[in-house]
Write a protein that binds this ligand. Structure first.
Ligand SMILES: [Zn+2]
Ligand SMILES: [Zn+2]
Length: 191
């Protein structure tokens, strides 16, 4: 009885379908199928399998390669879709920020703040909630609530140090409160 050189189980010649390399190393047909996806040489002696053996498995190998290709393509497509969704989400948020800026220009501070509250509830992105916190701080500065602006913007720059506009409006708010030292400290961190 022969032993398959791939799975090391017996090959029962009357029952199992099997192949041999040119040096007579036997493998189950099913074991060889999988092996040929990686190499066309015998796993034991490295001798190339005959073109007849390769021909026997050609369809299977082609099919597997096509499946691999299709899996890869569908993964790429999903990646692309995710990217597009991310960009779309960003665009929507930018539009939202623009609409808040329009409200600020029109001095509709209360309305702008209520829209920010509404939006903040359904965001789980750090960057977005930082942007929202900045807008809240800025609006409070614009409507003369300097203490609230300071509290919001301090919270913001603690979370994200690299936020020049945050420090700018923090400085302006300190200045409006007559806190010159603190204002200078904030302005120094704008750049
Ligand atoms: Zn086997
Ligand atoms: Zn061999």
């Amino acid at each position: 009885m022969a032993t398959c050189i791939i799975c090391h189980l017996d090959i029962i010649e009357s029952v199992d379908s099997f192949h041999e390399c040119p040096n007579g190393h036997p493998t189950h047909t099913d074991c060889l199928k999988e092996w040929l996806l990686h190499s066309s040489n015998c796993p034991l002696c490295r001798e190339p399998y005959s073109s007849q053996v390769i021909e026997d498995f050609k369809d299977f190998i082609q099919q597997k390669e096509q499946e691999k290709q299709e899996t890869l393509e569908s993964e790429l497509n999903q990646e692309k879709i995710k990217q597009i969704e991310k960009i779309a989400e960003k665009m929507i948020f930018l539009k939202f920020v623009e609409s808040i800026e329009v409200l600020m220009d029109a001095k509709e501070y209360e309305y702008a703040l209520s829209r920010l509250d509404f939006h903040d509830n359904d965001t789980n992105s750090n960057q977005k909630s930082q942007n929202i916190m900045f807008l809240r701080g800025k609006i409070n500065f614009l409507r003369g609530r300097y203490d609230m602006a300071v509290s919001l913007l301090t919270k913001l720059v603690k979370k994200k140090y690299d936020y020049p506009e945050g420090f700018l409006y923090l400085g302006k708010s300190y200045e409006a409160l007559g806190l010159k030292e603190q204002a200078k400290w904030a302005y120094d961190r704008v750049n």
